[in-house]
Design a protein around this ligand. Structure first.
Ligand code: FMN
Length: 224
């Protein structure tokens, strides 16, 4: 962000809607069930990033969302819906808890995007190909996460991020595109921004960050 008129920060147009939710840095800690817990997600959100809770069993899901939200002290938090394992109760739970951000992965987004928009929820969809990005854009998602084959965990695509990202960014025009897969440092962020990314989604690098009781965390990916 650079200084605009009267000293107000000039927000990149593509990120205006996301930043209006209270997100400060377009840096997402991806949902990683069993790896990233409620405390980590809340600490990332408190730090201005996008902390995400990965999908859990419905018996604990709503309680975890509530706790993440409480620990985030008013900062926006994100819920990841790995769609093949998502049940109606997961959706009802996040609506009841008024979770403001949702990431969809591995499935069709249109019906859910319509429903989430009725509740004012900002919708990301992680995709692994240009075709899938086109379908997500048709569905009206608010941001795309382009996942390269370098990514850890569930991998949707077959292309390297450096090949996939510019192609998706070109199709996405005014919709922001986040980059996922092998983004670990400020240099990596600069590299993906040069390829068309407006933000990053990061997974593997959080795995060692498991201190008992997170305080404010933000990894060295924030380009100063
Ligand atoms: C252990 C692990 C579990 C993951 N589980 C999920 C998941 O449940 N849902 C999802 O959308 N992405 C999941 N991902 C993928 C991330 O969303 C993201 O694409 C990836 O971590 C980015 O690459 P990186 O690990 O190199 O940062 C997972 C990643 C890891 C490392």
């Amino acid at each position: 962000m650079t200084a605009g008129v009267h000293g107000k920060p000039r927000v990149p147009a593509k990120l205006g809607k996301l930043l209006s939710t209270g997100v400060v840095y377009p840096i997402m800690q991806a949902g990683m069930p069993g790896v990233a817990d409620v405390e980590l997600a809340a600490a990332v959100s408190r730090s201005g990033g996008i902390g995400t809770l990965g999908l859990q069993d419905v018996s604990v899901w709503e309680q975890s969302l509530r706790r993440m939200k409480a620990l985030a002290c008013g900062k926006p938090v994100n819920a990841n819906l790995l769609l093949p394992y998502t049940r109606r109760k997961h959706i009802d739970g996040l609506l009841r808890e008024q979770i403001p951000l949702v990431t969809l992965f591995w499935g069709e987004a249109s019906k859910l995007t319509r429903e989430f928009h009725q509740h004012g929820i900002f919708v990301f969809q992680q995709v692994g190909s240009v075709d899938e990005a086109d379908r997500a854009l048709d569905a009206g998602v608010d941001a795309i996460i382009a996942q390269g084959i370098e990514a850890g965990g569930h991998i949707r695509g077959t292309q390297r991020l450096a090949e996939l990202l510019p192609r998706i960014a070109e199709h996405a025009s005014s919709t922001p595109v986040f980059a996922a897969g092998g983004v670990y440092s400020a240099d990596d962020v600069r590299r993906v921004v040069a390829l068309g990314a407006s933000g990053v989604s990061t997974g593997t690098m959080w795995i060692p960050m498991k201190p008992p009781g997170y305080t404010e965390v933000m990894p060295p990916v924030v380009p100063i």
